[in-house]
Write a protein that binds this ligand. Sequence first.
Ligand code: NAD
Ligand code: IPM
Ligand code: MN
Length: 348
Amino acid sequence: MRIAVVPGDGIGKEVVAEGLKVLGKVEELFNVSFDFEEFPFGAEHYLKTGETLPDWAVEELGRFDAIYFGAIGDPRVKPGVLEHGILLRLRFSLDLYVNLRPVKLYHPRLTPLKGKERIDMVFVRENTEGLYAGSGGFLRKGTPNEVAVQEMINTRHGVERAIRFAFEYAVKTGRKKVTLVDKANVLTYAHDLWERVFAEVSREYADIETDHYYVDAMAMKMVRSPEVFEVVVTPNMFGDILTDLGAEIVGGLGLAASANVNPEGTGMFEPVHGSAPDIAGKGIANPLAAILTASLMLEHLGLGDAANAVEKAVEKVIAENRVTPDLGGNLSTSQVGDAVVEALEVVV
Ligand code: NAD
Ligand code: IPM
Ligand code: MN
């Protein structure tokens, strides 16, 4: 299996190295073989060459079985250049229309919420439209009469396939409820479409319960009673925001994994977190988000047993408190990677 590796910037490089260590152990234990090819795209490459992601690279990356991505973003580069030029470009050009983001509590001590033992929901974030479509522009830029417009794009096709994915995912994983999160009380055109399509599609899934929250109330409910959610489907921007909140209620960004997928094509797998310039280079970044992301990639590649084993190994190192400072431990990034490799041998 061919896997493209884009470590990117800051802690992206540090955590991807640990993910690769774990995948190396998976090769050994599960008798599979990965052919990794690394690509240099990110801030350094951009500052050196002026290039974010060349056209040939988009095509080439799309031909791999999967892309394992760290994070991009650098204080020396204007915000948006790398985010649009690399990350969003890949999500859009490869039509990775779902961003799947599990929010799962691996140990009760990790949640800042009182008395919560079980949190286990999965976000299906629409990943190619909404406020992220990049449609808009300036008028009279730089003058006192400047106008800046950023349009929210919602297509019937785009909304329907995200919602349909959420129901199919619920069926496939034995979950019983799909919750729609929108803001149709204010976005009376864009999110009216979401509500109509959701109602329509849900009729095809009689066994799946449905539920609905406006995004503001959802933020409240995720803190008050996160245990009630199973699958949550939501537009792009809300999915971005709510999954950082989701990460925090189960231990933080250092544990949050994500998969950009199109059921018919390749997938790009990246932790929810960014390049974290505040801790980059210190050897204290938590690699578990990247390692759990590798587990999502294994699942996508049809290696379910290996995926489960990696998740179990992560659970084991958390239970033993062999973790980085963000989770209350005192191990370094690479010591945690080693701990997961060791745990893998035990759980398999
Ligand atoms: P961030 O996710 O990089 O960091 C937010 C906070 O969480 C920081 O305090 C950081 O130290 C901490 N944190 C994040 N990951 C951690 C980990 N694995 N272990 C321990 N602590 C961790 O978000 P930001 O600071 O808003 O963004 C920094 C840059 O990353 C920006 O350029 C942004 O655009 C970019 N970004 C990229 C991605 C991506 O490539 N997928 C995602 C989010 C942000
Ligand atoms: C994420 C990030 C990206 C997003 C940025 C870096 C474009 O925040 O993956 O959550 O907003 O989708
Ligand atoms: Mn984000």
